[in-house]
Design a protein around this ligand. Structure first.
Ligand code: GDP
Ligand code: MG
Length: 177
């Protein structure tokens, strides 16, 4: 890009974790490319996407990692968590089990990741309100108890997706600067 390449002040690695099919890959597609697909194929291979944004006049490059469809505890290796300064812990508001598993994902995170990692709990698919199986209050309570930020999102309708990532990035930025 020669002279046009912006100066990057910070690169922040963020990992997406949570059960299979909760919408992690679609949240990333929505945030990084403003895309969404209803029949997204299972993620193949560990991959990340980047998005550069301005926070307090600084250029911040978010490098967001998506799991390789190996969403079982301990299958996600410590290399995935290495260097991560943020984590999005995602469940599906229509799948109680995906929320009940949040405690185990959190335990994995606390075992493998840096102790100062910023964690955002995300209840995705909030467009499917009539199928809701996880009351917002349950998640709020869990988030408060575990000291997590919390937001409900819809990758489909683009609700709170930008806001969830940018809030996490702002917290990370504050901790880093
Ligand atoms: P992952 O396994 O966690 O990466 O989940 P995917 O991103 O592959 O999504 C699994 C399925 O849920 C796909 O069919 C998506 O289209 C769908 N999905 C993802 N996010 C949303 C959402 O916000 N609302 C609805 N209704 N469906 C979603
Ligand atoms: Mg995926």
């Amino acid at each position: 890009y020669g002279d046009f390449s912006p100066k990057i002040d910070y690169v922040f690695k963020i990992v997406l974790i949570g059960d299979s099919a909760v919408g992690k890959s679609q949240l990333l597609a929505r945030f990084a490319r403003n895309e969404f697909s209803l029949d997204s194929k299972a993620t193949i291979g560990v991959e990340f996407q980047t998005k550069t944004l301005l926070i307090n006049d600084k250029t911040v490059k978010a490098q967001i990692w998506d799991t390789a469809g190996q969403e079982r505890y301990r299958a996600v290796t410590s290399a995935y968590y290495r260097g991560a300064v943020g984590a999005m812990l995602v469940y599906d508001i229509t799948k109680r089990q995906s929320f009940d598993h949040m405690a185990r994902w959190l335990e994995e995170l606390r075992t493998h990741a840096d102790k100062n990692i910023v964690i955002m709990l995300i209840g995705n698919k909030c467009d499917l309100g009539s199928l809701r199986a996880v009351p917002t209050e349950d998640a709020q309570e869990f988030a408060e108890r575990e000291n997590l930020y919390f937001m409900e999102t819809s990758a489909l309708e683009a609700t709170n997706v930008e806001s969830a990532f940018s809030s996490a990035l702002k917290e990370i930025y504050q901790a880093a600067s």
